[in-house]
Design a protein around this ligand. Structure first.
Ligand code: PA5
Length: 431
């Protein structure tokens, strides 16, 4: 099953005529993207990553396999687009109780500035065989640069400089930036982030593929999924059958009705970082020039007991985008209980997934009746292939949505100001 858009929860909010009215605009935005004539058109390399990365995936897998051999843990250092895609896949596909991990465990660093975390992380690593994958396109971002200083020294101290150098992979620009310089000096294995691929569109480049292959996930399946989505979202496919253009149209139709917040919902907490990845993609791509849809996320059913009230009954300026993956796991039947004090014996023998599915349908129906439109996104079971489809789906829809909003979906000038202030406060020369 490929990705499809579920329209049944939108009937009260979006008429077929509205979609027809928006079709010409969406087609224009799509054409602008495909003809490479829009803003930020020097950052469209992500569109060819499925094919391009497939060409080099065998070599990538080989390097990743050699690196992973004998390591218990690998610390992936990066922030924003340089780490969220990797974290989305590892958290979605890793058994949280630690069994059946396909490769070394993946730990994360460089995504915040909390010294307790580094204290705890270095203490944890002290008795392990570990390595580092450091990812930074600019090679100068403060959070990962500080993390790399700390962890590089810890690794060198533990195994000596020469062995430490063989346990570092740097993923960065071809020729620019401090990380490239250091990697060349110390002889690290390196992979290149292409010039024309921005951070939040980079998961299908070495940025995501190398750490994921090291962790034992299938980079090839991710790319095959992305390729399938690319094929299923071409210009020749009309909006009713094209999930990418349909999703772009729907969210902009809803925005035109005053729905200024989009809440990404899933009923699977292991997709938490898929939502974080999605938030970065849409937040950085659209939130500019006073425009944009605010991207938020909830995890149901957990958050039905915290945010459910607000969703049902709060201000009506929001819509939900609800992920509905096919659930192949009917692994856990609900047991029968002789006393039935909780009155749940009517569920005995049914799977937990059945209850989760009923919760999803019940929630969508309730929120619709409370005035919240719900865009359903149906996918196959969560695996590398489906995640690859989802990545490409959301990236392309984001680019088209950005062009519909008439913003540049590939820059992020607004993230610079905090850095300048921080450097001034820390006394960096020149600030
Ligand atoms: O999407 C983006 O461009 C950003 O989120 C970057 O990925 C993030 O700031 C990290 O930048 P860099 O890879 O240069 O360290």
């Amino acid at each position: 099953m490929s990705i499809s858009i579920e329209l049944k929860y939108l009937r009260d909010f979006v008429q077929g005529r509205a979609i027809e009215q928006w079709t010409a605009r969406v087609n224009d935005a799509h054409l602008t993207l495909m003809n490479r004539t829009g803003q930020g058109n020097d950052f469209l390399g992500w569109m060819n990553l499925p094919e391009k990365s497939l060409h080099s995936v065998t070599v990538l897998n080989h390097v990743a396999g050699e690196f992973a051999a004998g390591l218990d843990s690998v610390v992936v250092i990066g922030i924003g687009g340089s780490y969220l895609g990797t974290r989305a896949v590892t958290e979605a596909l890793t058994n949280p109780f630690g069994e059946n991990r396909p490769g070394p465990e993946i730990l994360f660093a460089g995504h915040q500035l909390v010294d307790t975390y580094y204290h705890q992380l270095t203490a944890y690593l002290r008795n392990r065989n570990w390595g580092i994958i450091v990812v930074s396109k600019s090679g100068t971002t403060t959070e990962p640069a500080i993390a790399f200083r700390i962890l590089k020294q810890a690794l060198e101290h533990q195994v000596g400089p020469a062995k430490a150098a063989s346990r570092v992979i740097a993923i960065t620009d071809q020729s620019r930036g401090a990380l490239r310089k250091l990697a060349d000096q110390l002889g690290y294995t390196t992979f290149v982030i292409p010039d024309d691929v921005g951070g939040r569109y980079s998961v299908l480049s070495p940025v995501g593929l190398v750490p994921l292959a090291v962790a034992g996930f299938s980079a090839e399946q991710l790319l095959q999924g992305a390729l399938r989505m690319k094929q299923n979202s071409g210009m020749e496919i009309g909006i009713q059958n094209n999930p990418v253009t349909l999703y772009s149209a729907l969210r902009n139709i809803l925005l035109s009705q005053g729905k200024t917040t989009e809440v990404f919902c899933s009923f699977q907490p292991q997709l938490h970082y898929v939502a974080e990845w999605w938030k970065q993609l849409y937040g950085e791509s659209e939130g500019k020039d006073g425009k944009g849809i605010f991207p938020a996320a909830v995890e149901y059913t957990t958050d039905l007991h915290s945010m459910g009230q607000f969703m049902q009954d709060g201000p009506r300026n929001l819509f939900e985008t609800m992920l509905e993956p096919e659930n192949p796991n009917a692994l856990f039947p609900i047991p029968s209980d002789p006393q039935d004090l909780d009155g749940l014996n009517f569920l005995a023998g049914s799977s937990m997934s059945l209850a989760n599915q009923a919760a999803l349908t019940g929630t969508a129906e309730a929120h619709v009746s409370g005035g919240v439109p719900v865009i359903g996104i149906k996918t196959g079971p969560i695996n590398e292939f489906t995640l690859g489809e989802l990545f490409f789906f959301f990236e392309k829809a984001c680019a088209i949505s950005g062009y519909l909003l008439k913003v540049n979906p590939f820059d992020q000038p607004g993230v610079e100001l905090y850095k300048k202030n921080m450097f001034r406060l820390l006394g960096k020369p020149g600030y």
